[in-house]
Design a protein around this ligand. Structure first.
Ligand code: FES
Ligand code: FES
Length: 188
């Protein structure tokens, strides 16, 4: 009997570029990014889905890439920390982390930044969190206060304990995003 194949060739769409590679079926998206494609911004912490260091965006949703197989990522839009800036212009979340010291050693930072980008979008889209008091759709998004930010970012651990500055950076980037949206709406 022919043994089952253990590898497949996949095309991954990462940061707007297509990459074709042959991977063992057990290869995680995280290992494909780091070891095969040299996209080492995404970090490996626990490799067990517990720390958030490996967070990337898959079709805009936060995903721990250590628990996602590379072969299951074909056809999805993957954004890593290398892809969140617009050319030379940092993403507002990146700028806020820099300006407000949202890191110490920086190891968790790529995952925190990817997560924060999605948190701001999830919140703007009206998604409630576990600490949202009024979850009725008509109540609209709750204020993105420190409690909300900490809950929504709770999947991203920081061994340096830079949580206070991280929350401030997320709050500033969220405020900027909502001002920008308001300006766009009023100038249309
Ligand atoms: S390395 Fe993926 S969650 Fe920790
Ligand atoms: S800044 Fe060091 S682990 Fe978060």
């Amino acid at each position: 009997m022919t043994p089952p194949t253990s590898s497949s060739t996949v095309t991954l769409n990462i940061n707007g570029e297509k990459h074709t590679l042959t991977v063992d079926h057990r290869t995680t998206l995280l290992d494909a990014l780091r070891d095969r494609l040299d996209l080492t911004g995404t970090k490996k912490g626990c490799d067990h889905g517990q720390c958030g260091a490996c967070t990337v965006l898959v079709d805009g949703r936060r995903t721990v890439s250590c628990l996602q197989l590379a072969v299951a990522s074909e056809g999805r839009e993957i954004t890593t920390v290398e892809g969140v800036a617009e050319g030379e212009r940092l993403h507002p979340v990146q700028q806020a982390f820099l300006d407000l010291d949202g890191f110490q050693c920086g190891y968790c930072t790529p995952g925190q930044i990817c997560s924060a980008v999605a948190v701001i979008e999830e919140h703007a889209a009206g998604w409630p969190s576990a600490v949202t008091a009024d979850v009725r759709p008509e109540a609209g998004p709750p204020p993105l206060n420190t409690e909300e930010i900490k809950e929504r970012m709770s999947g991203n651990l920081c061994r340096c304990g830079a949580y206070g500055q991280i929350a401030q950076a997320v709050a500033r980037a969220a405020a900027e995003a909502s001002t920008e949206k308001l300006t766009e709406e009023t100038t249309v």
